[in-house]
Design a protein around this ligand. Structure first.
Ligand code: ATR
Length: 288
């Protein structure tokens, strides 16, 4: 596992497709900011060849990987050690290679919580949260949200049974956090506007609005879509018409990357300036 004389430690984001990933840009900014000597590239792996590509990367001296679609479950299975939050998420987005071990972690939920609490200045302690969706993206953020000790977390999903499964899985963690955890189909939404509504459904990808009672949105609600794009998503637009404040997932992307960088380097970069730069690039791509 020598670095073959390379002055820079090697990292990459592995996925399929992966060419569109903003992670190399983000980590290059973090490296400049902190002075850490890293190189960070894209790594395209064929769908059937995740493990062999990771092994080749390790043999070439690679120190860590971010893992994106569709390999997060395989990365979870491939890791020899899992952080508690990766085990809870059932998925891994960050691998660190050290002393023959493959450490798997998941920084997505941390990134979401940090974006909401720090960048969007919305504390989660004691508030009522509605989580829409119960797939991989939703599962990955439940534990980090519970750890902020919200008053209530309601998980609502088109397929009610999947939301109920998450409620069972995280029942103990909720109890430890003093949080009331409930969930099911659309009828599980409780009366009164929520403080925070997180859209973790894949709906925004095809411009579909997840079913959600309009009364869940109010003037004091932060409506957060884990997706992002040059334009506000349909979920964000809908929330805004109901008087809520809306945010997309670009900040989550930056903050999950910052936490990965911290895992690898022991240095915490500042996400805010990189988020501002990405936001400008997204608004005016030709100016980038
Ligand atoms: P991901 O890893 O992005 O979470 P996933 O595990 O396939 O992907 O989960 C997709 C989530 O989006 C699920 O909660 C799904 O609801 P179902 O469990 O009922 O399938 C939700 N979803 C996808 N399209 C949706 C739509 N048009 N309306 C509402 N929910 C939708």
């Amino acid at each position: 596992m020598s670095q073959m004389g390379s002055p820079r430690d090697r990292y990459a984001v592995i996925g399929n497709p992966v060419g569109h990933s903003k992670s190399p840009f983000i980590h290059a900014r973090f490296a400049e900011q902190t002075g850490e000597p890293i190189e960070y590239t894209h790594l395209l792996a064929p769908i059937e060849a995740f493990v062999s590509h990771v092994q080749a990367f390790i043999e070439a001296g690679g120190r860590g990987l971010n893992v994106t679609v569709p390999f997060k479950l395989e990365a979870h299975a491939f890791a020899t050690r899992l952080s508690p939050r990766a085990a809870a998420a059932g998925a891994v987005n960050t691998l660190r290679f050290e002393a023959g071990e493959i450490h798997g972690d998941n920084t997505d939920g941390f990134g979401l919580v940090r974006d909401i609490e720090v960048n969007l200045a919305t504390p989660l302690k004691g508030v009522r949260i509605l989580l829409l969706g119960a797939g991989g993206a939703a599962r990955g953020v439940v534990l980090p949200m519970l750890e902020r000790a919200p008053h209530t977390l309601t998980i609502v999903n088109r397929t009610a049974a999947k939301a109920q499964e998450l409620v069972s899985q995280f029942g103990e963690a909720a109890q430890a956090a003093g949080c009331r955890l409930t969930g099911g189909g659309a009828t599980a939404i409780e009366p009164g506007a929520y403080d925070v509504i997180v859209n973790a459904t894949a709906g925004s990808l095809d411009a579909a609005l997840p079913e959600c009672d309009d009364r869940a949105f109010g003037g004091g609600t932060l409506a957060y879509d884990m997706m992002y794009g040059a334009q506000p998503t349909v979920f964000m637009q809908h929330a805004q018409t109901l008087g809520a404040r809306a945010a997309d997932g670009l900040g989550m992307l930056v903050e999950q990357a910052a936490e990965s960088f911290y895992i690898w380097r022991g240095v915490r970069p500042d996400g805010a300036p990189v988020l501002a730069e990405l936001r400008r690039m997204l608004a005016a791509p030709s100016a980038a």
